[in-house]
Design a protein around this ligand. Structure first.
Ligand code: Z5A
Ligand code: MG
Length: 211
């Protein structure tokens, strides 16, 4: 595992607007860590493979309609159904690189106009990340990238509101990385942040989101 001392794995989350490069960078970071001999898994939310995830996926594809609060709670439930597995992986020494987490949950629903305190409440008690990497890209820039516009929420005006809410969620675990830099440059920065985090959190206890 990580530093070879039998410590726990790190919970590393990537966040950012649509097309900020999260999935690309998660894949690159994962193969880098694996190459270092680190026990690592790549996770993502929504996890579309569970039954809750299938409801979310249909909603995002505009194949079903759901009340704003209902879909918010489904996104949260999708994290809760993975919490115990997440905990056992981390305690067993596996580092998790997670593509979106509770911050997406709060930022997207709050951008629809839901009360932010109400949005945070169901996230309390989920595992707190050791590191949140926010890939910072202007919404207009992100929109120019490939594949934008297919799913619900993929509109520039909406993404601007999401960015404002992300901003209000930043805390000590956040590192903001300029996601408009070339992919390789971003990748380099993430490697260093991840390696530092993995060695620093080995002896630290896992904590819960408190919000
Ligand atoms: N959502 C929610 O409402 N509540 C929740 O609790 C959660 C999520 C967890 C689906 O998420 C939606 O769910 C999302 C939030 C909401 N809605 N929106 N909008 P998703 O994770 O399934 O979304 P996705 O479509 O898979 O990924 P994404 O976020 O849109 O993109 P990304 O992963 O950040 O970017 P990418 O796929 O790595 O890259 C996009 C393109 O940009 C691609 O062509 C790359 O080659 C290119 N790219 C990447 N990096 C660069 C750089 N540095 N330079 C140039 N080009 C680049
Ligand atoms: Mg993605």
């Amino acid at each position: 595992n990580g530093g070879g001392k039998g410590g726990r794995g790190a919970l590393i989350v990537l966040e950012g607007l649509d097309r900020s490069g999260k999935s690309s960078q998660c894949a690159r970071l994962l193969s880098f860590l694996e190459g270092k001999g680190c026990a690592t898994e790549g996770w993502r939310f929504p996890d579309r493979d569970t039954s809750v995830g299938k409801m979310i996926s249909a909603y995002l594809a505009n194949e079903s309609q759901l009340d704003d609060r209902t879909i918010h709670l489904l996104f949260s439930a999708n994290r809760w159904e993975k919490r115990s597995l997440m905990e056992s992986k981390l305690l067993g020494g596996t580092t998790l690189v997670v593509d979106r987490y509770s911050y997406s949950g709060v930022a997207f629903s709050a951008a629809k106009g839901l009360d932010i305190g109400w949005c945070k409440a169901p996230e309390v008690g989920l595992l707190a990340p050791d590191l949140v990497i926010y890939l910072d890209v202007q919404p207009e820039k992100a929109a120019e990238r490939g594949g934008y516009g297919g799913e619900r929420y993929e509109r520039v005006e909406f993404q601007k509101r999401v960015a404002e809410h992300y901003h209000s969620l930043r805390d000590l675990t956040w590192k903001v990385v300029d996601g408009s830099l070339p992919m390789e440059t971003v990748e380099e920065q993430l490697r260093e942040l991840a390696m530092n985090c993995i060695s620093e959190c080995q002896d630290k206890h896992l904590t819960n989101l408190t919000w």
